[in-house]
Design a protein around this ligand. Sequence first.
Ligand code: PAD
Ligand code: ZN
Length: 364
Amino acid sequence: MKAAVLYEPHHPLIIEDVALDPPKAGEVHVKIGAAGICRSDLHVIKGEANHLLPVVLGHEGSGTVLDVGQGVTRVKPGDRVILAFVPYCGHCHFCLSGRANLCDLHGATSGTLFDRTTRLHKGSQRIHHYGKVACFAQESVVPETGCIPVSSDFPLPQAALIGCCVTTGVGAAMYNARITPGSAVAVVGAGGVGLNVIQGARLLNAGKIIAVDINEGKLEFAMRFGATHTVNPTIQDPVAAIKELTGGLGADYTFEVFGSSQTVLTAYNAARKGGTVVVVGLAPTGDNVPIDPVALVRQEKTLKGCYYGSARPAIDMPVMVQLYRAGKLDIDGLITRTYKLDDINQAYKDIDGGDVGRGVITQF
Ligand code: PAD
Ligand code: ZN
C-alpha cells in the first residue's frame, strides 16, 4: 500500500509502496478516509521533535475498519472510526486513575504498536508508526483502544479533525482550564488547534476572547470562531495589549498554542495574578522558558501543560461529535483546503506558510 515516509528531517516525505502486516491480537486494520495536517508532524519533519525513523507520520485521522485481530470487540469490519493518537493500555497508573491521555505504556512504546514491533516495513527495514496512528497512508494497523467509533453518516474529514485539533483545543478550554463564564481569555497562536481553544472558550461563555497571532489573516479568521478581540505581536506588544483589553489586569486564562519559549512567555506574562496559563504548543526540543520563580509565588499563577486536551478520547470524542451535530462546534469552517496524499509536501509548506484553518488529505 501507498504511504508517505519520512526518512530524514529536513527532507521531503517520500510517497512509496510499503508493506503493512495484518493486525495482531487487539489491533485493527483501517482504511484511512481522511488525515489532517497538524504542526506536530511538522515538528518531526523540521527536526524540532525527535522521533524514531523512518516513520509514517499523520496522527489526525479517521477511516473505516477493514478487519480486526484476535479478541477485538470494540469495532467490527465496516465501522467508521476516529483514530486517537494516544490509545490506552488500560492497566497503568494513569489509565486507572482516569487520565488515559497520559498512558505510560503508550509513551514507552512511542513509534511502535503496544508490543514494541511495527506492522509497517519495507523489506527488512522497520518503519515506525507516528502516534500509533500513521495515517499518511492508504491503510494502517492501530490498537483497538485507538479506535473511537462514529456513525457511518459522520463525515470522515470532520471525524479526522476530532482526532487531534478539535479535541486538543476544545479540551484545553473545557477539561484542562475549565474556563468559567464571563472570564477573559487570551489564545496565543490561532492555527488549527488555537481556533479550537477559541471556540471552546466561546462554548464555555467566556467574556472576552483575545486571539493573538503574527498573521493578520489568521486573526480575521479567528473572529468567525468566537474571538472578540485580536492582537498582532508584530504591530503591538502582546502583553501590554492584553492588559489594556482587560482593565490592566491581564487575562484569567491564557493559552499557548504555537510551540516556542517566546510564546509561552507571552502567555505567562499576559495572565493576571491568580490566573491560569495552559501550554498546548510543543516547543522545539531543548528550548527553555525563563520564568521568575519569585514572581510565580507572589502572583500565584498556575502554569500547566495540556496533552490531547486533557481528554479521555473514548469518553470525550463522542462529546465533540455531539457538539458538532448540535451546531455548537464549527468543524466544517475549519477545513479550508483538501489534498491528495501525493501532495503532502505541499500541504506542509502551506501550514508553515501561514494558510488559515486546517488542511486535510481526503484522497489516498
Ligand atoms: P498551526 O501552524 O496551525 O498554528 C500555529 C499558529 O501560531 C499559526 O497561526 C502561527 O501564525 C502562529 N504563530 C507563530 N508564531 C507566533 C507568535 N510569535 N505569536 C503568536 N502566534 C504565532 O499549528 P497547530 O495549530 O497545528 O499546532 C499548534 C501547536 O500545538 C504545535 O506546536 C503543535 O505541535 C501543538 C499540538 N499539541 C498537541 C497537544 O496535545 N498538546 C496536539 C496537537 C498539536
Ligand atoms: Zn495534531
